[in-house]
Design a protein around this ligand. Structure first.
Ligand SMILES: Cc1ncc(COP(=O)(O)O)c(C=O)c1O
Length: 374
């Protein structure tokens, strides 16, 4: 049996809207992008959404618009995808890593304050695997020290913590619509932002920094430029893929929740497999299904699963284990993140995954663990 690691949910509604857009005059940032932005803001109950070409570009322009520059420090987690830490470095700042909680893999809020210095400008949290960090506590720390709070929501559109949704109490929240995300346009992203002035600046920065001036409505409007931005606006083809998917977010979460239950039930008594915890007062976005196995067998198990037709991956090795970061940081300073990074394995997990496919994944995993554990 061959089981893909991921299958998207693009169906007739998305295809029909994309077709309509392709037949229209606007292909770049136009009415569909505005419609997507409105609908996404409504879904999250937030003020402003700005559609961009990817999470990565969204993060980079966000950091630029916050005025982050060389010698600044940004507190973050080492257990994330490299986009989080790469964009911090690309903004000129230095990432200051804080270890994570063993039960969730999220940044340990209790360790943040000890890492704050005069150079700290922001706390950049990642809601790993779909469970939100302790955002209320981290917001309080950010306020106490006058720091920006930024959320990496690449794994978390659907989550909640103590009734707070992504984007509701941070300064900026950044979303990804990359090919394997819960809603996707192949590539794409969005920034959610409470502050209207900052939202407007980000809007300019996604399109070179170009500004329209309208001092006199009877005169021709030349555009002008005050600051140099980037080119990373969302286009209407991406937006047309995303708009119908917003309506299916909750239904697809229910389907993933069922798959989660099936996997969790089947694996709960298997020696050598452990799970992250879902904390009380949280709604989990169930973005990916990541387990932990013995680090001695993890890589062999990944290969075994792949050789047996099951698409699996590792989310993530701690970033400070990667060559570029290794030269500057020492993974042993983040023992929990290191332990998790050495032992994670992510199984196929998407709404269209059939019961017999789930059962094959479980059977293959158990067989692999038995093979390598003796
Ligand atoms: C946690 C996290 N942050 C950031 C990104 C980057 O997203 P994008 O590919 O849209 O730039 C990803 C993508 O996989 C991610 O998983």
């Amino acid at each position: 049996m061959k089981i893909e690691f991921f299958k998207h949910n693009i169906g007739p509604k998305e295809i029909s809207l994309v077709t309509k857009t392709l037949k229209s005059t606007f292909l770049s940032t136009g009415p569909q992008t505005s419609e997507f932005e409105k609908k996404f803001s409504k879904f999250l109950n937030v003020k402003n959404t700005i559609g961009v070409s990817s999470w990565t570009m969204g993060s980079l322009i966000s950091l630029k618009c916050l005025g982050i520059k060389e010698k600044d420090e940004i507190i973050t987690t080492p257990l994330t995808f490299v986009a989080t830490t790469n964009t911090i470095i690309q903004s000129g700042a230095t990432p200051i890593f804080v270890d994570v909680e063993e039960k969730t893999g999220n940044i340990n809020a209790n360790l943040i304050e000890s890492k704050i210095t005069k150079k700290t400008k922001a706390i950049f949290i990642v809601h790993l695997y779909g469970q939100m960090c302790d955002i209320k506590k981290i917001r309080k720390i950010a306020d106490k020290y006058g720091l920006y709070l930024i959320e990496d929501c690449a794994h978390c559109i659907e989550g909640e913590r103590e009734k707070i949704k992504p984007g509701q109490i941070s300064d900026l929240a950044i979303f990804s619509f990359y090919a394997t995300k819960n809603i996707t346009s192949g590539e794409g992203g969005a920034i959610v932002c409470k502050n209207d002035y900052l939202a407007e600046k980000i809007r300019l920065f996604r399109y070179h920094g170009i500004q329209k001036y309208s001092s006199n409505k009877n005169e021709f409007q030349h555009w002008d430029l005050e600051e140099i931005g980037f080119k990373c606006n969302m286009n209407d083809i991406q937006a047309s893929m995303l708009i119908p998917q917003i309506d299916s977010i909750n239904k697809n979460l229910e389907k993933r929740e069922k798959i989660f239950m099936n996997y969790a039930y089947a694996l709960k008594n298997i020696i050598g497999v452990s799970f992250f915890e879902k904390l009380p007062a949280t709604k989990h976005a169930r973005h990916i299904f990541t387990i932990r196995v013995d680090k001695q067998i993890r890589d062999r198990l990944v290969k075994f699963m792949q050789d047996n037709g099951v698409g699996v991956t590792v989310n993530y090795r701690i970033v400070t284990d990667l060559n570029y970061y290794k030269k500057k940081f020492n993974s042993s300073s983040f023992p929990i993140a290191k332990k998790i990074g050495d032992s994670t394995l992510t199984l196929p997990f998407y709404p269209s995954l059939k019961t017999k496919e789930q059962n094959y994944v479980i059977k293959t995993l158990i067989k692999g663990i038995k093979n390598f554990s003796c």
